[in-house]
Ligand binder design. Sequence first.
Ligand SMILES: [Zn+2]
Length: 484
Amino acid sequence: MTTSDPNQRQLIREAMQAIATRKPGRSKLVYDKTKRTIVAVAEGAQIAQALNITADDADMFGVLTLSSEWIQEQWPALTRDGVVPLSFSSWDDGDALTQSELCVHASASVVYGELLLDAQPTQPQLVAIILEKTDGTTSDQGVFVSPDGATYRGRVQSAQPQGASKTDVVFADVEPQLALRRSSILETTILKNKTALCVGLGTGGAHVALELAKCGVGRFLLVDCDRLSVGNVVRHPGGISQVGRAKVNVVRDLIMEKNPKAHVEVRAIALDQDNRDAIANLVVVADIVICGTDNRQSKLLLNELCVAANAPALYGGAFRRAYGGQILRVRPKHSPCHQCFVATMPDEASDVEVSSETDAGEIAYSDRPVAVEPGLSLDVLPIANMLAKLALLELVADSSSTLNTLRGDFDAPWYLWLNRPEPGTQYADWPPLSESSDEMTIHRWYGIYFDRDDACPVCGDFVGSLAAHYGLDPAQLPSLEDGE
Ligand SMILES: [Zn+2]
């Protein structure tokens, strides 16, 4: 039904019900040659050269989807009682009925039903699905395999004629079906038990979490204290119907839509000194830490906690208005940490922070350009995609994954990407992409090496370096832990 005329919609609905029950009704469907479409007219109305639509012509196929896993769990009750109740999200005027157990978000309209085995429908107002023995192949999604190995098809026997008059019953075996599609690309069994801690769930951070869920990462810890706002929606994976919700909950639900077996824990807290212990407890159980926050203090705090816990971490960020972006990968003690990065390349480290609203306010009185918008999704996603890939590489590092062939390519600690040669930046004079093969251009990733800071207070020998500088014996210096 695509017509917007409510009267016509009502007539069509009544005609469909009449057809479905194969009884005459107040209206009927005809093909109107002048309009070249099917219309509903009052029963008895005279339409010149119209073609009557009969029940056989109008048989429509809806789809009713059941959870195989749920039926297997209910099998003892079903074989004992012959009936188990269930409910469905009803989508598109009843064209698709999806069992509630499969839905992260329910539809506005819920339909109740009963699943029957060797039994008759008990209540006429319920959608009755009757399981009938078949010898169909088990790879057919219309076939359910019971715990005792017998195969069944589902037939809908609905006393209430609404929407589709004929409905295909399919059985969703979610976990095996998703695993099968991932398995040729990734070692899903490895990723299932890996934990990704995602701190900061803006456009980039949320996208990384979702991509990891699609790859089969099974455990997530999500940290962000913000709520989804209307302005976020143009970029963020969360949509307008999620506005006002905590971003951690929005992203958790998006993960569950992609990987229903994922284990997701959420903390709607800020990454700051007040929550230092809470975050530290998450860092110690994470296999990879992904930082998508937009200010220096939070990144340096997380860096401290990750180096202390020996947890590999990835810090991603877009430059102002997303003219480009960068990723820093920190393997504690083996590569420079974020503190080293800030000490070695303060300008590069600062540019990312200028893209944040919080920091834009602080520099509003300076002579630097102030940009509060971190750019469009299109310009943020190349950075988020790369970040997700680097995260996967860390997660499969201890396995024999084919992804490890990339290890040599992604060896550098720092990755740079430019979306455009932004005027006023050091990249403004880069040659056009089409004319250059050996100079740096936009839309290419660059892996860049830089050294650890030996005197880094987080990952280096700060006290030793200081002592050497002043010609002192480190053993004679007070320990930092003494608080002296
Ligand atoms: Zn360091």
